[in-house]
Design a protein around this ligand. Structure first.
Ligand code: MSP
Length: 640
């Protein structure tokens, strides 16, 4: 039987949740809710990652035991998920006995079977990232993320991950849906082109006291990732409840951010394989929310507080913006300006306006009842509307299955616009004035029916506001949460039900007031306009993610004299960029140089070669000069 088990990463309990965390969980929630709408049984898991150095240090600082520190901070996540209308079925904490005991059993079994062995190890250790790096992986004496490292030599336990390298490559190659999107699949395959080492899965207790004790050596605790990844199976009854486990495992979708790709697409599959378990169907890596050109993160300090955002503009509006403004898999830029634009266009102008004018007419001219349509008063306009709205149902479902939520939402908003057009053209207010009651009833019925369907399609994204809207259409009880099969048919809305105009669903955000308040000063609008004509605002500029990149490889593009294909290091990832600079540069001139790229440009295929960004260069007639960076700046640094 079809079922859907979806997981989010488990969040570091010590962090204060920001928009990045909220995004991942809202995305999982939206997918879970859409599957419920399709009538598919869903199991939705989220939780917190509670062991490791940072929790230990925070507890020391607070002068309380680490478990108390976790108990104190976990509520930030639990409360936020409640506030954001997250419908998870389970919340796992890695300090719960149902998890720790299973991790220990797995460790014991793998040790017994010689999948885990002990050896002396020497390497570069990053305290803040809690992991070792090899000499080769270091960049200018620091971790690839730019964190300080120290040389450490110690005996540790290792999981024989290297044995599964070829198996993993074959598995990924024969299961195209396993790692998505394709770019991330290629990244993992690229990583697997280098020899895969064994995985160090222990930390000496003397250095790291806060972790799950190894069952075969009390002087060690388990490495946090080996512990954390197991949550996906411990939560659904692995080794405890055979029936539950068989019902949900393998997971259908592990949602992750692109920064935790290797742990999920290399460590986790080899761990599962060693345990003799099936692979999850899909591991889907989404991009990052950027702010001021770099990843929104606590350490950079460029975070937006989701609670504050939801308080100010509503939970549903926040959920909608996050889903509509990010193309799954790519990065997106979070700005207040972008939020206001999206909100005002789609929600205030299109949807809110449609609902309020249609339902107000129903209140005023039809006694607050869903009108009885008369098919003899319907014509081609109704047929066009019906087709447009039902097409959006099919499109939403297709886009959802292809993990293109933003495109699905665009189709639904397209149907809303179509309905607004229908109302404009049918001019029900004139029909009311002229006393054309049969035609008026028919027009209002069709507009209400369109609202029933679009509110159903938007329900998983905006459950609060869409429940309000559906109640205004006379739907009650179980009808509020929609079922897809009821959205596929036109004419389900029952005439005669009480209907009312909802109180303003999405009040407009006054951007002028907002901008002015933000700057803390009032300016005369006329003067402002004259001064700023043709200029862009700082927010508009900050939508561009300009970043430094180091050129790793450069080669000509066959059959295109002007083009070079570059592989660049963007700090946290590699990208391929096609640039029209061959007339001015030989490939060898470029390797090793630090250039500037637009990192959040939509990928394009140029002469059959994929390009994931744009290199900046100056042009004067035929002369050409690439933009480079003077000074010693790490690849991936923001330019601005
Ligand atoms: N604890 C690990 C995950 C263990 S899963 C077995 C972890 N936690 S985290 O709290 O740092 O990150 C959790 C998720 O939040 C990651 O998928 C990460 O990509 C996501 N995000 C954190 N900042 C983000 C943005 N600015 N934008 C989008 N998502 C990002 O890693």
């Amino acid at each position: 039987m079809e079922r859907f088990y979806i997981t989010t990463p488990i969040y570091y309990v010590n962090d204060r949740p920001h928009i990045g965390h909220a995004y991942a969980t809202i995305l999982a929630d939206v997918l879970a809710r859409y599957h419920r709408l399709l009538g598919i049984p869903v199991h939705f898991l989220t939780g917190t990652d509670e062991h490791g150095q940072k929790v230990w240090e925070a507890a020391q600082l607070a002068g309380i035991p680490p478990q108390a520190q976790c108990d104190r901070t976990v509520v930030r996540f639990q409360q936020l998920w409640e506030q954001l209308a997250i419908t998870h079925d389970d919340f796992i904490r890695t300090t719960e006995p149902r998890h720790t005991a299973v991790v220990q059993e797995i460790l014991a079994e793998l040790h017994e079977r010689d999948e885990i062995y002990s050896a002396e190890y020497e390497g570069w250790y990053s305290v803040s990232e809690e992991r070792f790096y090899t000499e080769k992986e270091l960049v200018d004496g620091r971790s690839p993320e730019g964190k300080p490292v120290q040389r450490i030599r110690e005996t540790n336990y290792f999981f024989r991950m290297s044995r599964y390298q070829q198996w993993l490559i074959d598995y990924i190659e024969s299961h195209p849906e396993f790692i998505q999107p394709e770019q991330r699949r290629n990244e993992t395959l690229g990583f697997l082109r280098q020899p895969l080492g064994d995985l160090c899965i222990s930390r000496p207790r003397s250095r790291m006291p806060w972790g799950i004790e190894l069952p075969f050596d009390r002087d060690y605790v388990c490495y946090v990732w080996f512990d954390a990844l197991v949550n996906y199976i411990s939560a659904v009854g692995y080794r405890r409840d055979e029936e539950t486990f068989r019902r949900w495992w393998p997971a259908d979708c592990h949602l992750i951010g692109k920064d935790i790709l290797t742990t999920h697409t290399v460590y986790w599959p080899t761990m599962l394989h060693a345990m003799g378990l099936e692979m999850p169907r899909t591991i889907f890596a989404h991009g990052w929310w950027l702010s001021g050109g770099s990843k929104m993160s606590k350490s950079t300090g460029n975070v937006t507080d989701p609670i504050e955002m939801a308080d100010r503009h509503g939970v549903d509006a926040l959920r909608y913006y996050l889903m509509a403004d990010m193309t799954l898999g790519q990065d997106a830029v979070f700005t207040e300006e972008g939020f206001a634009l999206r909100y005002n266009a789609d929600l205030a102008n299109d949807l809110g306006n449609l609902a309020s004018r249609v339902l107000r007419l129903v209140e005023r001219h039809r006694d607050g009842r869903i009108p009885h349509p008369d098919e003899t008063a319907a014509g081609p306009a109704e047929e066009t509307l019906r087709r447009a709205v039902l097409a959006a149902v099919g499109e939403m479902e297709r886009r959802l299955r292809a993990m293109q939520i933003d495109r699905g939402l665009a189709a639904v908003i397209g149907a809303v616009r179509e309905t607004n057009r229908y109302v404009d053209q049918s001019a029900p207010w004139t029909l009311a004035k002229e006393g054309a009651t049969t035609r008026l009833a028919t027009v209002l019925y069709h507009a209400c029916e369109a609202l029933r369907i679009v509110s159903g399609l938007l329900f998983p994204v905006m459950p609060g506001k869409m429940a309000e809207l559906r109640a205004s259409l006379g739907l009650t009880g179980e009808e509020i949460a929609p079922r897809l099969e009821r959205l596929r048919v036109w004419g389900e809305l029952e005439p005669g039900r009480p209907a009312s105009a909802p109180p303003s669903l999405f009040p407009r955000i006054d951007r002028r007031a907002h901008d002015t308040a933000a700057r803390g000063a009032a300016r005369r609008p006329a003067a402002k306009k004259a001064k700023t004509e043709g200029l862009i605002s700082f927010q508009e500029f900050s939508r561009l993610a300009l970043r430094t990149a180091r050129v790793l490889e450069a080669e000509p593009v066959a059959g295109a004299d002007r083009l070079l294909k570059l592989t660049v290091d963007l700090g946290d990832e590699r990208r391929q960029i096609v640039a029209g600079i061959a007339p001015a540069y030989a490939p060898d001139d470029l390797v090793g140089r630090t250039v500037v790229v637009v990192a959040n440009l939509e990928p394009a295929t140029i002469r059959g070669v994929r390009s994931e960004g744009m290199l900046l260069a100056a042009r004067q007639g035929d002369r050409l000069g690439i933009v480079t960076v003077a000074g010693d700046v790490a690849p991936g640094s923001a330019v601005g």
